[in-house]
Design a protein around this ligand. Structure first.
Ligand code: SAM
Length: 279
């Protein structure tokens, strides 16, 4: 059974009417797949799903958690982290404070990657890190800073590539021990971030669709990676405009490897490699 256009409309309308969430401007194809998964996992038809959503606010929250895609990893796309290490973060080294917003931070691996890199660059103390997501379940995991070891061995490879190696000079190798930043407990199958990292960020629920900047500061750097890919063009426009308004002059926006600023927002930023600087 596939989710038809009519099922999709029914779902989006019911969600909007029974909650504060508005998924009407998400990309339809991927949202249909997620609705399909909810139907299968809960053994429901679209009409029984919609009926339950209208009368059960807790279930609505559960459904919203289930329709968001939360894939992430430590130092995801190492080339992006090389750009941050060598080209972008050094821009801010003379700032008294560096404000960074991770919008759509999922379970926090992107945030811990940033904290580790900032510490390596001696910038951690002056950084203020805000990490937000629409999904409170993933924010709870992010606050714990605890991940499976066996399924995430790529995290260690990525750490080596970004923190130990220098892609511009392979003779330059920094032997940074993992233990500086996290504990590896192989029998318990756990990678656990050290408290000095876990205590640093402000984690907060925030919906990019319905809310403006509820962090009440401006930013030097905003990372919103692999989030707008799930939004349609109009919603991407609105969210990119929100970021533009809340960046300082010359502030930097980093998107996912396969995301780009399109349309009239493009002229408001200057693209340098993987980064977009506010004009
Ligand atoms: C694929 S993950 C990306 C995680 C991380 N930024 C990365 O690139 O590895 C997308 C995240 O965006 C969040 N998200 C989706 N819609 C959102 C919205 N309207 N407001 C805030 N976060 C949202 C999801 O809950 C999910 O955790």
């Amino acid at each position: 059974m596939t989710v038809t256009d009519q099922d999709y409309q029914l779902f989006v309308f019911a969600l909007k009417n029974s909650s504060k969430y508005d998924f009407s401007q998400y990309s339809e194809k991927s949202l249909k797949r997620r609705i399909q998964k909810v139907l299968t996992d809960h053994q429901l038809t679209i009409s029984s799903l919609v009926t339950r959503m209208k009368s059960d606010p807790e279930f609505v929250e559960e459904v919203v958690m289930e329709i968001t895609v939360n894939t992430t990893e430590l130092f995801r796309d190492p080339q992006i982290w090389h750009a941050l290490r060598f080209n972008i973060l050094p821009h801010f080294k003379n700032n008294p404070v560096i404000n960074i917003w991770h919008a759509g931070c999922s379970t926090g691996q992107e945030v811990y990657s940033m904290l580790i890199l900032l510490n390596e660059l001696n910038l951690l103390e002056k950084a203020k890190i805000y990490a937000t997501d629409i999904n409170t379940d993933v924010l709870d995991v992010a606050k714990q800073g605890e991940y499976r070891y066996r399924f995430n061995l790529s995290y260690l490879d990525n750490f080596d590539k970004v923190i130990k190696e220098n892609p511009y000079n392979y003779d330059e190798y920094k032997d940074v021990s993992y233990d500086t930043y996290f504990a590896l407990d192989k029998p318990l199958d756990v990678i656990r971030m050290h408290p000095f990292l876990r205590q640093k960020p402000v984690f907060k629920k925030h919906d990019l669709v319905t809310e403006n900047n509820t962090l009440y500061v401006k930013f030097d750097l905003i990372l919103c990676r692999n989030v707008i890919i799930y939004f349609n063009y109009n919603l991407q426009y609105r969210v990119l405009d929100l970021f533009h308004q809340n960046l300082y002059e010359n502030g930097c926006l980093m998107l996912g490897l396969h995301e780009a600023i399109m349309g009239s927002n493009a002229s408001r930023f200057q693209k340098k490699g993987h980064a977009y600087f506010k004009n």
